[in-house]
Design a binder for this molecule. Structure first.
Ligand SMILES: Nc1ncnc2c1ncn2[C@@H]1O[C@H](COP(=O)(O)OP(=O)(O)OP(=O)(O)O)[C@@H](O)[C@H]1O
Ligand SMILES: O=P(O)(O)OC[C@H]1O[C@H](OP(=O)(O)OP(=O)(O)O)[C@H](O)[C@@H]1O
Ligand SMILES: O=C(O)c1cccnc1
Length: 489
């Protein structure tokens, strides 16, 4: 898979990653190993869950990560604010020959994930881990945000398919492309974005614009011409002048199509009271014998308006959702972070815990080399997620502790579990199989996993919070480290 744009992933970074890299190179720390994890601290949209996405682009990033002669020439020319050049020639030659050498483990796209558990683990020479940080966060943060928004919109829409229409309002070309893909992973049935369809193998769909109607002398001329041009894909936009008249014109054309052996697939309503108009349209279409003509609703929709339309009994076959989905209108970022959790310097055998301490309990990081065990109830509903250190044992009772409230604990022993992180790269080579990169497979994974959530966790308003906790031994270890570092033993 290719993103379609010539990305320079090695330079798609913050300058400080490169200045630190020169520092690591100069201080002989290029062989010191580090372990970083990417996670977010709060579920987006005040929701009860998120849908992971961005791992396919991450694999592409690993595959293409290199500093070209052109990149090196650019870096060589950068001035240092204090005079001279920012980067040393020796370091630039090192970069020219640079080969990424990291192991990455990540959840598969479409996996349901929660706050405060790792989505991605990167292990390798610290400089390598840091050279990936910014681009990794850029892709996983954005795509997870949009996939989650899409999952919420699709939950609200229930059985009615949602088409993603957001490209025109998306944040630039790259943002639009990846937003369309993430929207499909999150559950959208199709996208209007043709390039995303081509690049990522997504279903594309669409209707027509008001300009089509406005360019003809009358609405019915416009409808007839569209029906001629698109007899097998004819959805007529009925609200350019007057919805009531638009529906009557669509019925006339729909009946004419039927005479020719074609079918009016649907009408689209894009303004006004969508619930009332859709019910009125349904009644008229049925009366006219066009019960097989669908009704598409659009206009500034999101999960909340869709929920409200359903509550009002709107008659709808599918939704078109653009701006509020592709831009994650009510929350512009996921806020995911990438934190160092363990180091192993040259010559050391064991990983050494690393922790960032802070006054804010939520910002305290978790030490170790981590993975997540997801436990299930007998009926396949999720029971709880345990964040644990892969190099240490798990306590017998499989007890987890909520680090934000240590009184919240849960015993998970005797339950079935699986582990969430899967190999994405080994020694700098992407090992994520094509299967693991397929957007439509990720969509099926997301749908199956969202279905395992309890209704209370899927609620839009004040959802029940799913238990994610630290393995009790890891919780104790972290507490001891904080005590040690604060010198309060
Ligand atoms: N029955 C309804 N219940 C709740 N929200 C609705 C209903 N019908 C429409 N909406 C929403 O109300 C908003 C209407 O916005 P606005 O008043 O800007 O649209 P409009 O004037 O009908 O159309 P436009 O300005 O696009 O021509 C949209 O976000 C739409 O999704
Ligand atoms: O409302 P969204 O969820 O973003 O869905 C896409 C919108 O884009 C189109 O409108 P257009 O760009 O012509 O602008 P308009 O909404 O002002 O008609 C379309 O008719 C939808 O209304
Ligand atoms: O196909 C459509 O109806 C469409 C596509 C993009 C934006 N608005 C509508």
């Amino acid at each position: 898979m290719n993103s379609g744009e010539t990305y320079e992933y090695s330079l798609l970074t913050d300058l400080y990653q490169l200045t630190m890299a020169q520092g690591y190179w100069e201080s002989g720390k290029t062989d010191d190993l580090a372990c970083f994890h990417m996670y977010f601290r709060e579920n987006p949209f005040k929701g009860g869950f998120a849908v992971a996405c961005g791992m396919s682009q991450l694999a592409e990033m690993v595959e293409t990560f290199a500093f070209s002669d052109d990149d090196i020439a650019y870096l060589a020319a950068l001035p240092a604010p204090g005079g001279g050049r920012l980067f040393k020639q020796g370091f630039l030659e090192y970069l020219r020959a640079f080969e990424l050498d990291v192991d990455i483990d990540a959840v598969l796209e479409g996996t349901v994930v929660f706050a405060n558990e790792p989505l991605v683990r990167v292990v390798g020479p610290i400089m390598h881990c840091q050279l990936l940080e910014t681009a990794l966060l850029n892709c996983v943060n954005f795509q997870t945000l949009i996939a989650t928004k899409a999952a919420r919109v699709c939950l609200a829409a229930a059985d009615a398919p949602v088409a993603e229409f957001g490209l025109r309002r998306a944040q630039g070309a790259g943002g639009g492309l990846w937003a369309s893909r993430a929207a499909v992973v999150g559950g959208c049935a199709s996208t209007s974005n043709v390039l995303a369809g081509k690049l990522y193998g997504l279903p594309v769909s669409g209707t027509h614009a008001h300009s089509w109607v406005m360019s003809f002398p009358t609405e019915i001329d416009a409808f007839r011409a569209y029906a001629e041009a698109m007899p097998k894909n004819c959805v007529l936009l009925v609200d350019t002048y007057d919805v009531r008249q638009g529906i009557e014109n669509a019925i006339t054309v729909g009946l004419e199509m039927r005479e020719r052996g074609d079918r009016l697939a649907g009408i689209r309503i894009d303004s006004g009271d969508l619930a009332w108009l859709s019910k009125m349209a349904r009644a008229r279409l049925d009366e006219a014998g066009l019960a097989d003509c669908g009704i598409v609703l659009s206009n500034d929709l999101d999960e909340y308006t869709i929920q409200s339309l359903r509550d009002q009994g709107a008659s709808v076959t599918s939704y078109g959702v653009g701006t509020k989905l592709a831009t994650a209108y009510d929350q512009p970022t996921l806020g995911g972070v990438y934190k160092l959790s363990a180091t192993k310097n040259a010559g050391e055998k064991e990983w050494r815990d690393r922790i960032k301490i802070t006054e804010q309990a939520v910002k305290l990081t978790v030490p170790g080399v981590l993975d997540v065990r997801r436990y299930y109830h007998d009926d396949a509903r999720l029971a709880g997620d345990m964040v644990y250190d892969v190099n240490r044992g798990v306590n017998k009772r499989e007890l987890i502790v909520d680090p934000a409230d240590s009184l919240r604990r849960k015993v998970l022993a005797n339950k079935r579990y699986d582990t969430l992180l899967e190999p994405l790269a080994r020694a700098g080579e992407a090992v994520l199989a094509q299967d693991g990169r397929d957007a439509m497979k990720a969509q099926r994974r997301a749908a199956a996993q969202v279905a395992t959530l309890d209704e209370s966790q899927k609620r839009m308003l004040n959802p029940h919070s799913y238990p994610v906790g630290l393995e009790c031994g890891l919780f104790e270890r972290r507490n001891n480290l904080v005590v040690q570092l604060r010198g309060i033993e």
